[in-house]
Design a protein around this ligand. Sequence first.
Ligand SMILES: C[S@@+](CC[C@H](N)C(=O)[O-])C[C@H]1O[C@@H](n2cnc3c(N)ncnc32)[C@H](O)[C@@H]1O
Length: 433
Amino acid sequence: MIEIQRHASFALSGVLRGRSLTPTLAQLWQQHPSLDPQARGAIHDIAFGSCRWLGTLRALLDQLLRKPLTDAPLESLLLIALYQLGWTRAPAHAVVDSAVRGCARIGVRSAKGLVNAVLRGFLRTPGPCLERARAASEVGRYSYPQWWIDRVRAAWPQMWSEVLAAGNERPPLTLRVNTRRIGVEAYRSRLEAEGIDYAPVRASALRVTRPVPAQRLPGFGEGLVSVQDLGAQFAAPLLELSAGQRVLDACAAPGGKTAHILESAHVEVLALDRDAERLERVRENLARLQLAATLRAADAGAPASWWDGRFFDRILLDAPCSASGVVRRHPDSKWLRRDTDIVQLAAEQRRLLRALWQTLAPGGKLLFVTCSVFPEETSAQIVDFLDAHRDAARLPLRAFPQDDGQILPGEEHDGFFYALLEKRTVHGRQPDA
Ligand SMILES: C[S@@+](CC[C@H](N)C(=O)[O-])C[C@H]1O[C@@H](n2cnc3c(N)ncnc32)[C@H](O)[C@@H]1O
């Protein structure tokens, strides 16, 4: 327990200093190869869970302390231990005992008494302590930064608290059966044979009732199946693909949607991503699924550097965004992002949309996607684009749950926004560049 707490608080303190959890955990696994899968799973769960509830945990710690802490590792250790006491089934005595003994390991031996007093203080009246923390502020209650709460409330006045609550849930595990290789019925039998419970969701999507690591899914290594949220599985069908089309996947990594496009139709795909390292993930995913595309590390917003001048029939722009619709998968992101990022991200999406529009064939379709719930990155972006492009028409989305293109995070899927744009010839003038 001591080691698990120590590693989890190292990961959390990274987030408090502005570093994402995923690279920190990858670094930990590399530096400590002796950590077994069970220990890694526990560290991962505690680090992610404590980020999910960080706003409440900080409010709780404020209540329990007489004066603010000045030692960052000590603060992280206390936050981790409070998370374990308030949100997990870890035995309370073991959590407190390890945290007290853990003080020496992080160089704050003198804080043993304080750690003991804070944690026992919480354990005396956990319910009322939590109530007070939640009542102290909106950050304490909803566990998001105040700017994030304000944006969601302004965007979704009727259901903002539900959107925030959904972002604090554990995400579902949804599979996409590679129907090029195996039928959905046949894959369901494979799951049943392995004793993995699931619920059919739609088309080739199945939701696993109790999440398991991807490697444990039957046929995963052979490419029979991928892990992909249902919200992301709308992209390929919305593109209305047919054999022989030239398709650009402009922001492709790690390649979930690229693979789905290739599984859906015999099309020619150019997959771009600015980040060469992330593009490697596309290569690995396509290799596992036995699919092929042309991959290129490039800035999609600068076609002069990668475009050969042949128009695309379809473009998928799965644009970089705040990821506010998938925050439950990356709970560190709500503490790492800043309010000012949203304006910058919206400006980048605008740049990409405008640049890529030039490469779309007349009559071709561009699907704009973000996993966001903030209008600057969704509906307002499209209104702005349509205002400036008389040759662009927004098409209805076929077989999509929401006419406005926005699905919010919930039990079935994460939050996504989709807009399908068609390039039309405007009478008497060339299409807008
Ligand atoms: C939302 S993710 C894409 C997810 C991917 N489509 C999938 O389904 O797996 C956005 C991607 O855009 C890439 N990106 C950001 N700016 C870019 C740019 N200017 N040109 C190309 N790719 C960019 C990022 O590296 C990131 O991999």
